[in-house]
Design a protein around this ligand. Structure first.
Ligand code: 13P
Length: 336
């Protein structure tokens, strides 16, 4: 077993999942302002520190993805944030892309940037305690999108990123996110997602990536947010498994889904069914941002000093997701 494979398995085994707390300051400000909390470095730290010191971190969370500001912050008790995370047994991770920008010659689409100077930034993050990283490519669905250009250029960037990350001794999370925005069918999501993921693996292979030392972070196969033809949770789980079975090489140890705009309950129920129906060798778990933090953020905003109430809400959500990652969730458990 390679060292990278061991790290990947440590993050996603035994029902553990990933807390994606790597919102950029811009995104985090929107989230905080939506619940009437001023977005200051102190408030961003307070919310995150509250989550990272929750009880459920020990049994549920295998890794936390941080943003550059957070990985450099100190907690109120003088510990570094990576140390706080490590104490619970989880691994600290870091988002290293610098965002999705307009793609030249296809201006409605995006290309993710951040390769310049990446090798040096990775060294710094490793020294700060990071053992895994994230890079997100985003793809729109419509009749003509994603274009071959967007599929190919984002896959190339994901592969160059992965090579540098593995060289630095960390596990890359490879995140090609086909967005839920739009009125497309689940079948369109299936075919576009399959094409996107296959191209990513073609590039990862070309760049000699150790596939046993990555974690894939895809979207589930789901109809567009505005589609009139909503498919059932059971169909979502079956189509998602089929898509991954056909497009992901078997060396990959696991898949950690993004929530992508699904509600907390939808993301939990779909993950649970995916695990009940999972007939692949891939571990299937979560790497949720909104679907792990939404209720906790709402609770926190009522009184940002009430750490206990926020942690209780977060603990419940994390526990539900971890049950779903083992196919052991049931809706009745939500009310316990
Ligand atoms: P969501 O689960 O809120 O989609 O966030 C996951 C993520 O990390 C997106 O890059």
């Amino acid at each position: 077993m390679s060292e990278l494979n061991k790290i990947a398995l440590k993050i996603i085994s035994n029902g553990k999942g990933i807390l994606a707390a790597d919102e950029s300051n811009g995104t985090m400000s929107k989230r905080l302002e939506a619940v009437n909390v001023t977005s200051t470095p102190e408030n961003r730290l307070l919310f995150r520190e509250t989550l990272f010191s929750s009880e459920s971190m020990k049994e549920c969370i295998g890794g936390v993805i941080l943003y550059d500001e957070t990985i450099n912050q100190m907690t109120s008790s003088g510990k570094s944030i990576p140390d706080l995370i490590s104490i619970s047994g989880a691994l600290p991770g870091i988002k290293v892309d610098t965002g999705a920008k307009e793609l030249a010659n296809s201006s409605e689409e995006k290309i993710t940037e951040g390769l310049d100077g990446l090798r040096d930034r990775l060294k710094k993050y490793y020294e700060l305690g990071a053992r895994f990283t994230k890079w997100r490519g985003v793809y729109l669905i419509s009749e003509k999108y994603p274009s071959k250009l967007a599929i190919s250029s984002n896959a190339h960037a994901l592969a160059r990123y992965s090579a540098l990350v593995q060289e630095s001794g960390m596990v890359p999370i490879v995140e090609p996110e086909v967005l839920m925005d739009g009125d497309h069918s689940a079948d369109a999501c299936f075919s576009k997602t399959s094409e996107v993921i296959k191209k990513c693996f073609e590039e990862l292979t070309l760049h000699k990536i150790d596939l046993s030392g990555i974690i894939l972070k895809p979207n589930m196969i789901i109809n567009g947010k505005n589609s009139k033809n909503k498919i059932s949770n059971e169909e979502i789980s079956q189509k998602t498994i089929e898509c991954l079975k056909n497009s992901v090489p078997t060396e990959v140890p696991g898949v950690a889904f993004l929530s992508g705009g699904q509600s907390e309950l939808e993301a939990t129920e779909n993950l649970n069914l995916i695990n009940k129906n999972n007939n692949t060798n891939f571990i299937m778990t979560y790497s949720y941002g909104r679907a792990l933090q939404q209720s906790a953020l709402k609770m926190w905003s009522k009184n940002i000093k009430d750490i206990e109430a926020t942690q209780k809400t977060f603990n419940h959500r994390a526990k539900m997701c971890t049950l779903a990652a083992q196919g052991k969730w049931a809706s009745e458990l939500e009310n316990e």
